[in-house]
Design a protein. Structure first.
Length: 269
């Protein structure tokens, strides 16, 4: 069965497109057939990433794995966006994994995309500003008052999925770009996320640290999972090794560290 992973957040700048592409290439490099769908096609970061990768392969005559890709543009015509999404999903039928990147805005197309997920992955920068997207925090008690608007979107998406085919949606919140130094803000965000996770039912995992390498690789459409093969004769920098370890830990958190077994045999996801 095809496993669909949706990277979503109602706020931009949290690393959705970067994470979705790095996970995609890691799965491709492990022998899986992967399709990508860009629902944030106006911004188009994922689409440009895929395009940059193909151009790099052609320019350097390098053999790289590429996903099957589709971009869905927003439209004012009722139902047209969902129709294009369904068409892209049907075209990707037979792939092991579909990775969907959604816009950092509360749109109908984003909600619909979430409803087709087996797993929703929400990257969250480690700050109280970003936490506000999923939780209303009491400024005096430093405690959760109630879930916020994005949490409501995920709940609606789960209901839509259940009505459509009875399927269930796993939700993972990634503490992304976490700083290396201990800080009161960092501890508070961790505490509040753990509290909210128990209330509304998501899992908390670590994403990737803020590293220059992730920005540099974008121009060539490369990821940290490509580095070892492309730098076979060079010694990897410590930051490159650390970035690859973070990616492996992320795949493990998403239950994708042994995808040939867990997805193809239908024993996972």
């Amino acid at each position: 069965m095809t496993h669909t992973i949706v990277f979503g957040n109602a706020k931009g700048g949290t690393g959705k497109s970067t994470l979705s592409m790095h996970v995609t290439i890691a799965l491709l490099n492990r022998g899986l057939k992967v399709a990508t769908i860009d629902l944030d096609a106006t911004q188009g970061t994922m689409t440009r990433y895929v395009t940059n990768r193909r151009r790099y392969a052609e320019r350097t005559k390098t053999s790289l794995a590429h996903p099957m890709h589709a971009a869905v543009l927003p439209t004012d015509v009722a139902g047209a966006g969902e129709a294009e999404l369904v068409k892209a999903l049907d075209h990707a039928n037979g792939c092991d994994v579909i990775v969907i990147d959604t816009p950092g805005a509360d749109t109908e197309l984003a909600l619909t995309g979430h409803s087709y997920a087996d797993v929703i992955v929400t990257p969250l920068n480690d700050s109280l500003i970003d936490l506000d997207v999923i939780a209303d925090v009491d400024p005096v008690k430093r405690a959760i008052n109630r879930p916020s608007h994005y949490a409501e979107r995920v709940w609606k998406a789960k209901q839509m999925r259940a009505r459509r085919d009875g399927g269930k949606v796993d939700w993972i919140v990634l503490r992304n770009r976490v700083g290396h130094l201990d800080a009161r803000n960092k501890r508070l965000v961790a505490k509040l996320l753990d509290e909210l996770a128990k209330r509304i039912g998501f899992r908390v995992a670590d994403g990737i640290a803020e590293r220059v390498i992730f920005r540099e690789l974008f121009l060539d459409g490369l990821t940290v999972d490509d580095i070892a093969a492309l730098s076979a004769t060079d010694r990897l920098a410590v930051s490159h090794v650390a970035a690859r370890q973070e990616l492996r830990a992320l795949l493990s958190a998403l239950d994708l560290d042994a995808p040939q077994l867990s997805l193809r045999d239908g024993t996972g996801g």
